[in-house]
Design a binder for this molecule. Sequence first.
Ligand code: NAD
Length: 263
Amino acid sequence: MDLGIKGKIALVTAASKGLGKAVATQLAIEGAEVIICSRDPESLKIAEAEIVKITNSTVHTFSCDVTNEDQVKQMIDLIEQKYGSIEILVTNAGGPPAGSFGDFSVDDYRKAIELNLLSTISLCKKVVGKMQLQNWGRIVMITSVSVKQPIDNLILSNTARTGVIGFMKSLSNKVAQDGVTVNAICPGYTKTQRVEKLAQDFANNNDSAPEQFYIKLEADIPMGRIGTTKEFAQSVAFLVSQGAGYITGVSLKVDGGFAKGLF
Ligand code: NAD
């Protein structure tokens, strides 16, 4: 199925690993002109080589810490000069540390909000105006299934990410008549290197095997397995496609049924 995004300028942030890299790869497969960023130039180079090997297409890279508004502005100015206005924006960043109420200071909450909420806002502030002028744009914000069902021991993530949903819905209404859709995608447990490391840490701490970690997680997932990055990336690719032009203001779970609420 042709998604109708060939040649579209697509920025995927925090994309040197995991979900971001999988999304960038999928958009490149669909023919978009893909730009990725993350903080570390070395990991970016490795990610670029991997994506090029899989897709045989060019990928552009920028070092940028998405929590630094100046770096975000500079990166987007450079992208516009070199490649043109961004037509597809997929916002992503790392996750805040695990822990519960007693573990964190107010400053820890501030950092989590900078990482997951304010980074999303500063990226949108820079690209939305051009999308409106072009009368076409797609924004997808990577959050977490925790916006549907708070996850135990992830109070920072549960708090900061729900703000993204309020922002997403408000922005989607504002730009709905300008050909710009704005949605959030909410991954459940998905097998990235980070999750593999969590499994290994669990095994080391409990004198067991990594498989035990997955067995424990998967017991709570109706599909009985954690998701693949490819499944996640294909869902994002659909949301940025031409065919998804009437979908806006949605928070889409990609979680194998993990969140048990109705919406
Ligand atoms: P990951 O740790 O594998 O990858 C995170 C990427 O973000 C890396 O490329 C890293 O370099 C980059 N990054 C981190 N902070 C950055 C910053 N300030 N500026 C620029 N780049 C930055 O994580 P992942 O598993 O791919 O998850 C991506 C996001 O989705 C995270 O926020 C995570 O908490 C969330 N999430 C993941 C899962 C899952 O099961 N994998 C589930 C729910 C939510």
